[in-house]
Ligand binder design. Structure first.
Ligand SMILES: Nc1ncnc2c1ncn2[C@@H]1O[C@H](COP(=O)(O)OP(=O)(O)OP(=O)(O)O)[C@@H](O)[C@H]1O
Ligand SMILES: [Mg+2]
Length: 401
């Protein structure tokens, strides 16, 4: 008899009812424990709808990883747009990830293309693009709520001119309608006199909303909701949810909590059992690290990944906290060979190391004047080398370079 693998797979039982509710892009309707933050935003931005065009708002959301900054901003922006729609105001919301759109030019181009999809890529300065954006908004009588996510990363790489540009935009045209408001999001956004003029600085400092880490009760509530959405009835033991909330409470990170929940469910499916027992959660903890975040790794180029792989391997091999730039380069060349990639030159590699540092994945420092002489030392910020190696190998193996 021929074995039908498809029927086999289809007839397998699963603890999941709708796994997509555990995916990283999913933003739930309700966000428990963020009601007061949503209210604060609503209070601050309501004039955009009450008296459109009169003022422009600049707001900053700051807080540790996985505390719901992105989710809250998305939910809030969506509700703003709906409220505006009900009143026939053309409010538009654009959520830009500044890790992907890495320069002011790309950010403004992305925004402009929302209204002029065919807009060509070359031939304009960022300031010109911004000016054109405002013209389009004026012509079409639209308003824009621009959300700059991962802005801290952007500012570390590029400085804060983008904030200055957006603020000056409104100063320059005192009597004109204010078309663009902004919410900037980051873990810790460097706001000080070194990088910002004092008027931009004082505007922003008055408008910072800080998100705190979730405690275990909050995490429990968040997980409970997801369990109901994503899992078959009574397939996840209450005790399992408690164990996950306890583990994730150390960091207060909802993303990590949800990932553990998903992995625990996957393990139950692998074992073909109907119940997600607490041990699956503990096992999930051992198998992953909260810093291995899919959203970040998916924005890295294959070459960045190879370099990271080389760093992890070198660190694993030498069992030390830091390795030298030279050692990493050697390992990088052999990793390139393994994956049939052409290795790049030193200056390029050096730039990538700076990128990875800015992403917070690796940690660099200058060596002291010890026996190794002056060189750059590279370590990993948080993830154990072996775990990072296997994570990256899995990604590299699963996609054609
Ligand atoms: N209050 C909440 N209720 C339900 N789900 C939440 C809540 N807060 C966060 N989440 C979920 O947790 C995950 C992480 O949240 P989010 O992406 O908003 O974190 P973040 O603060 O933007 O983190 P990062 O600094 O890493 O960007 C998302 O899947 C989000 O839907
Ligand atoms: Mg975020």
């Amino acid at each position: 008899m021929v074995h039908d693998y498809i029927e086999d797979e289809l007839s397998k039982r699963s603890v999941f009812k709708s796994e997509q509710f555990l995916s990283i892009d999913y933003v739930p309707e309700s966000l428990p424990h963020r009601q007061s933050e949503l209210r604060t935003l609503a209070q601050n931005f309501k004039t955009l709808i009450n008296s459109p065009g009169r003022t422009s708002h600049k707001f900053i959301i700051e807080g540790p990883v996985g505390t719901g900054k992105t989710a809250v901003a998305k939910r809030f922006a969506e509700q703003m747009v709906q409220a505006a729609e009900r009143r026939n105001i053309n409010l538009h919301n654009i959520h830009i990830n500044c890790r992907v759109n890495k320069t002011a030019y790309l950010v403004f181009l992305r925004a402009l293309r929302e209204f002029k999809p065919e807009f060509p890529r070359r031939g304009h300065s960022p300031e010109e693009l911004l000016q054109m954006l405002v013209e389009v908004l004026d012509e079409e009588d639209r308003y824009l709520l621009l959300i700059l996510d991962e802005l801290d990363y952007f500012i570390r790489q590029r400085g804060a001119d983008i904030l200055y540009d957006l603020t000056r935009l409104t100063d320059d045209q005192l009597n004109a309608r204010q078309r663009v408001s902004m919410i900037g999001i980051g873990r810790k956004i460097p706001l000080d006199e070194d990088i910002l003029d004092s008027s931009t600085l004082s505007t922003l400092q008055r408008n910072i909303l800080r998100f705190s880490r979730y405690d275990r009760d909050a995490l429990y509530d968040i997980l409970r909701n997801r369990v109901e959405m994503a899992f078959e009835k009574s397939s996840v033991m209450d005790e399992t949810i408690h164990v996950i909330a306890d583990i994730a409470a150390e960091r207060g990170d909802a993303r990590y909590a949800i990932e553990l929940l998903w992995r625990a469910g996957k393990q139950a499916d692998n074992d073909q059992t109907d119940i997600v027992v607490p041990d699956y959660a503990r096992q999930a903890k051992a198998d992953t690290h909260p810093e291995l975040r899919k959203e970040i790794f998916s924005t890295l180029s294959p070459q960045h990944k190879l370099l990271l792989l080389a760093t992890a391997r070198q660190l694993k091999e030498t069992r030390s906290a830091y390795v030298t730039m030279g050692e990493v380069e050697d390992m990088y060349r052999s990793s390139c060979e393994e994956y049939n990639e052409e290795p790049r030159a030193h200056t390029q590699i050096w730039e990538w190391i700076q990128d990875l540092n800015a992403h917070g994945i690796i940690d660099t420092k200058r060596s002291g004047s010890g026996q190794r002489g002056q060189t750059t030392l590279i370590g990993l910020s948080e993830v154990p080398a072996e775990m990072l190696e296997s994570y990256i190998t899995t990604i590299l193996d699963s996609q054609e370079l």
